[in-house]
Design a protein around this ligand. Structure first.
Ligand SMILES: NC(=O)c1ccc[n+]([C@@H]2O[C@H](COP(=O)([O-])OP(=O)(O)OC[C@H]3O[C@@H](n4cnc5c(N)ncnc54)[C@H](O)[C@@H]3O)[C@@H](O)[C@H]2O)c1
Length: 445
């Protein structure tokens, strides 16, 4: 029986584990398997990433180069662009991107490309697991028929499951091993084998009755965040209009020990998950004639936050009798969240573009991001990349307005408020004591 054979291979750590896609999700996962004593093979289309891993270098903040080097040197880990090696692997985990098309419809082409590579080499005894976030039904309706086109049969020959990734880049408290993992197989055998595999690298595995439940659970988690952040953002705009301190309101509400969970406003949502994943759910809902209104509303509120931030800058400059046109604005942080280098979907890009469209001269400083590039949607700088400036006293002093877009820990905010004339704080980076000492005028979201 395929399941029993796989379980024996996994128990004896003889199973070879393939991870397709060595990004924020795949690289930590394959290193975790290698660290647990398995042989881990990472498959990449980007040769430079595969080369870096094989040279013992990590390009992901949460994975240390020293660990990668140790695992590569001990032959527990290797990366390759040669998909022929998939045949030697017993479990194959897909961690490729799942972006949206311009029409905001799911783009599962990366999953299909990875599945095609697997299909060409599928053999009896393999366990295939999809981790990429996607709409409910992808594993059953898309992957299974593709794999069965080989003539091999589910359960008799191979197993298939979905297990969503929950990695939180830059979070030192929660890493792969201590984030509980949901696993849903297309069949009971698939669930059992996949859950057994993950139990070697994750403390707590939660099995569910189907791949669809696991797919939907991931989308619920991310939609929950998008909707609640939307609610916090709406509250922030409302409080701004009423001249009430939003952050103090949230702090007060959060003292309730039950029935409340604090979410915080910000300059807009970013990253590869929260802005995109809810669209996977609403797209699938539309296929079934269902209109998911919360998702639409949250997206509307969240996507207007960059515009609101620009309004705060404009209001602040106006109070100083200054026009946006010709004013110098310094952004602190362009990454979508603190202490990481990821600018995917970052609201900073939209804020920069909007400020430039009003004639502002925009500079930014981000200790993690040396350069940002603009696509067609962010075109007011003629497509030229913008480079991070050094945070000198002169840079802060000469800015008409400093905007804290990302609250990176290593920025000296005290120095910023000593030197800047006007600061727009979108992250509550300036706590109460700092604000009391401030020479700068501060506008908070
Ligand atoms: N980044 C996160 O915080 C996070 C959290 C939870 C879930 N996810 C989900 O995990 C998935 C992967 O996200 P990520 O952030 O790791 O993406 P990423 O862009 O960092 O990494 C994906 C990698 O896959 C590679 N790739 C693309 N097509 C390939 C193919 N056919 N074969 C081999 N490699 C291929 C890319 O070169 C890239 O290195 C997405 O579905 C995402 O929604 C991400």
């Amino acid at each position: 029986m395929v399941k029993n054979d796989l379980i024996t291979l996994i128990r004896d750590k003889r199973a070879q584990i393939a991870v397709i896609g060595l990004g924020y999700v795949g690289l930590p996962l394959v290193t975790e398997f290698a660290r647990a004593g398995f042989t881990g093979v990472g498959f990449e289309v980007d040769k430079s990433k595969a080369d870096q891993i094989n040279q013992g270098r990590s390009y992901i903040g949460d994975v240390e180069s020293a660990l990668v080097k140790e695992l590569v040197d001990s032959k527990k880990l290797q990366a390759t662009t040669d998909f022929a090696q998939l045949k030697d692997c017993d479990a194959i985990i897909i961690c490729v991107p799942t972006p949206l098309r311009k029409t905001k419809e799911p783009d599962v082409s990366f999953i299909l490309a990875a599945a095609e590579e697997i299909k060409q080499r599928l053999r009896r005894g393999q366990l295939i697991i999809l981790e990429s976030t996607t709409y409910p039904g992808t594993t059953d309706e898309v992957l299974l028929p593709m794999l069965e086109e080989t003539g091999l049969k589910l359960d008799q020959d191979f197993l298939l499951a979905f297990s969503p990734e929950r990695v939180d880049p830059g979070n030192p408290q929660f890493q792969t091993h201590n984030i509980p993992k949901v696993v849903g197989g297309v069949t009971g055998d698939s669930t059992e084998a996949a859950a057994f595999l993950y139990s070697h690298v994750v403390n707590d595995v939660h099995s569910v009755s189907s791949a669809r439940v696991a797919e939907a659970a991931k989308l619920l988690e991310n939609t929950f965040r998008a909707v609640n952040i939307g609610m916090a953002n709406e509250m922030a705009r409302l409080c701004y209009a009423l001249n009430i301190d939003t952050w103090e309101v949230i702090r007060a509400a959060a003292t309730k020990p039950f029935g409340f969970m604090p979410f915080y406003p910000g300059p807009g949502i970013g990253g590869h998950c929260i802005p995109l994943d809810p669209h996977y759910l609403s797209w699938k809902a539309r296929q079934h004639g269902f209109d998911s209104r919360f998702i639409g509303l949250a997206e509307e509120v969240n996507s207007r936050m960059p515009e609101h931030v620009v309004q705060l800058v404009s209001d602040g400059l106006n109070d100083d009798r200054k026009a946006m046109n010709g004013s110098r604005v310094l952004l602190l942080g362009v990454a979508y969240k603190k202490d990481i280098d990821d600018v995917r979907e970052s609201p900073a890009l939209s804020i920069i573009d909007r400020l430039r469209s009003k004639g502002c001269e925009v500079h930014y400083h981000d200790p993690f991001v040396s350069e940002v590039r603009f696509d067609d949607a962010h075109s007011h700088g003629n497509g030229a990349p913008l480079t991070s400036v050094e945070l000198t006293d002169q840079e802060i002093k000469t800015a008409d307005c400093v905007v804290i877009v990302t609250d990176h820990s290593q920025i000296d905010y005290r120095r910023v408020i000593e030197l800047a004339p006007l600061v727009v704080d979108t992250r509550n980076a300036l706590n109460g004591d700092l604000r009391k000492e401030s020479a700068a005028r501060i506008i908070r979201l």
